[in-house]
Design a protein around this ligand. Sequence first.
Ligand code: TXA
Ligand code: MG
Length: 324
Amino acid sequence: MDQKTEELAANAAGIARAAGLLAAGGLVAFPTETVYGLGADARNGTAVAGIFAAKGRPRFNPLIVHVADLTSAEAIAVFDDQARALAAAFWPGPLTLVLPLRPAAGISDLVSAGLTTVAIRCPAHPVARALLTAFGGPLAAPSANPSGKVSPTTAAHVIEGLAGRIAAVVDGGPCKVGVESTILAVDPPRLLRPGGLPLEALEAALGQPVAAPEIAADGAHLPNAPGQLTSHYAPGAAVRLEAHDKRAGEIWIGFGPACPGAEISLSPSGDLTEAAATLFAALRAADRLARATGAATIAVAPLPETGLGRAINDRLRRAAAPRG
Ligand code: TXA
Ligand code: MG
């Protein structure tokens, strides 16, 4: 289990080293525009199994396959006209499409968890793209964090959670989007996970509404894809949502200008793009502060359920859910 985790620079030498480690069946964390992914050769079942071991995932959830371009994606999944139009509109970018898997694609059964469909995306981050090109094949990659914990948006976050368990991490700086990709099942269009591409943008491109699962007041019916756990993204402290003020024994994460006394803000001006980019680092910082000050709870100000607010609120509800 214990190995030395190499910290690689995002230059030609670092990317060549990372591609070599992946080709040898190693696990390499790399930056995407959403969060850092923990990559393995999607065709190598042993390497993919290593992802679950390194993350300590309780069960084999299906993983997202990352490819360099649409041509590579079409070798793995069956695209209809609508899927092709969505890829043309939003790739490279924070959109994952769930499509029929080509049986001869050579993708490990562990990646699709035995389903007849595959989740696939073409990331926009230049380092992810350079790595996919250098490696020359598909990479299975969930977020590069221990199972159930907050997703990493810097290389330091990856090291904090996975040092000694993975071969390397490529340091590409902080992730710009900050929440995971939006997952869409294409036929018929259904939102499986709100994410870095707003639902409104998908609906505008499709010219039709996209079914999104309802959210009950108690958070019981969260937007769901197979293998998504209700409790996820969990900091050590308890989480209280819709907090309009700060109570005794709390660290308060604010949003917008009207949060006097908040220790941390997702965006002082109330900007959802900034809030998404800040979210996971803010949860980590609040957790550290809570530990240092003996606060038992992290309170979070309300955010609107529109645009990127949907993805942010989804992650916050999971962070606040009862821990399994
Ligand atoms: O932004 C992201 O999407 C990040 C970065 C690293 O690319 N990746 C990521 O992967 O979030 P992961 O493994 O944490 O999320 C995979 C999600 C799971 O919730 C799973 O249920 C869903 O994708 N999924 C995978 N294959 C599926 C399938 N065939 N049908 C439905 N959902 C699927
Ligand atoms: Mg994850």
